[in-house]
Design a protein around this ligand. Structure first.
Ligand code: COI
Length: 360
């Protein structure tokens, strides 16, 4: 069944009045419009494109108490007016459905998910950043809204796609990372593989600890043995060891990143050997010390590829990478951005162009 879309009459005026600030951080600027739909009485509503603004919910809404919510992160690109280009939205949709299943939420129809993204991008076309490395960050979000305080899946939900013209996630080009050996982000059988707020909430105390030590991120280890590397708080982890690209193999405590998968495919395509395996932290630290491991980087939609300068233990012991600007990671980053920003051919068929509403 075709999705019906209601366009609020204020949308064009909101877009017309919006001014892109000269510098963009990550997620600091909210775009002026959003997509919205509701799930009620077992059915999804039509899609509405409305002004971005406060929403009205009861304080008893389940999302506030039992954290029944999921989200996604993806970007639309308009480098040099090459766009608007969307990248692998199908992968974000599949992960959204996996997350919704784990959180006992109704799966959203793919057409509703994709139309919501396409519509906000299409209307936001005139205000999309055009400089390399900048994009319109998109945040699909599904929250539980029924106002009954018993602990059970909500009967009602609201879906949004929010926008944020964004630049770099980190304010520095490279980051120092704290190895978290005490707390855990995710447990086998838990929600680690789902993109849900609880996983990020679990990471915040460690973020504070890292910041107090002058570091930018946390490297999480497995919860059972505190031995194997899992991921960073909002990014996957990669290391170059003896010229090969190593990353922790996926399990139910690691978020399956779309950027992670894209880099693995790009590395393969460029003749770099890829190894997905259980990575023991102590083996990696030994490999850094003896220069077998020459570089490491974080990757994600928001972070793209960000080199690690060093890993550090809470006692101050530091393990510095020989190649702190991660040349192999940066080569993969530029190949990825060339595809995403429409500068090179797209042998994988990852991108698709959206018609700007102002051009229709
Ligand atoms: C993303 O990369 O899109 C995320 O959702 C992670 C978060 C650090 C913003």
């Amino acid at each position: 069944m075709a999705i019906k879309i209601h366009i609020d009459t204020d949308i064009l005026e909101k877009i017309g009045k919006f001014e892109l600030p000269p510098t963009l951080g990550f997620g600091e600027v909210s775009g002026p419009i959003m997509a919205s739909a509701e799930f009620k009485n077992g059915e999804w509503s039509d899609l509405s494109i409305i002004p971005f603004g406060p929403i009205s919910l009861y304080p008893t809404a389940k999302v506030f108490h039992y954290a029944q919510e999921i989200f996604e992160g993806l970007k639309a690109y308009n480098y040099n007016d090459n766009g608007p280009l969307l990248f692998r939205t199908n992968e974000n949709y599949k992960r959204f459905v996996r997350s919704s299943e784990r959180l006992a939420m109704p799966p959203i129809p793919q057409e509703l998910f994709e139309k919501a993204i396409e519509s906000v991008v299409s209307y936001s076309y005139p205000i999309m950043p055009k400089r390399a490395g900048e994009s319109l960050y998109l945040r699909p979000l599904l929250i539980a809204t029924d106002n009954i305080m018993s602990v059970r899946p909500s009967l009602e939900y609201r879906f949004f796609v929010l926008t944020s013209p964004s630049g770099d996630y980190f304010s520095s080009a490279t980051i120092g990372v704290l190895i978290e050996r005490e707390q855990s982000r995710a447990f086998p059988g838990g929600i680690g593989f789902a993109k849900t707020g609880g996983n990020y909430a679990a990471s915040l105390m460690a973020y504070k600890k890292a910041k107090e030590l002058g570091l930018s991120q946390t490297l999480w280890l497995d919860a059972l043995e505190h031995k194997y590397i899992e991921e960073l708080s909002g990014m996957n982890f990669f290391a170059i060891i003896n010229g090969e690209l190593h990353t922790p193999e996926l399990n139910d405590t690691i978020l399956e990143g779309v950027t992670r998968d894209s880099l693995l495919k790009l590395a393969n395509h460029n003749g770099i050997k890829v190894v997905e395996r259980k990575m023991a932290i102590d083996d990696l630290l030994r490999d850094i010390k003896n220069n077998h491991c020459t570089e490491a980087f974080a990757c994600g939609t928001a972070a793209v590829v960000t080199p690690l300068t060093f890993l550090q233990d809470a006692n101050g012991d530091r393990y510095e990478f020989q190649n702190q600007n991660a040349p192999i990671g940066m080569m993969l980053k530029s190949k990825l951005l060339d595809i995403q920003e429409g500068r090179s051919s797209d042998p994988f068929g990852w991108t698709r162009k959206v018609q700007g509403a102002s051009l229709q």
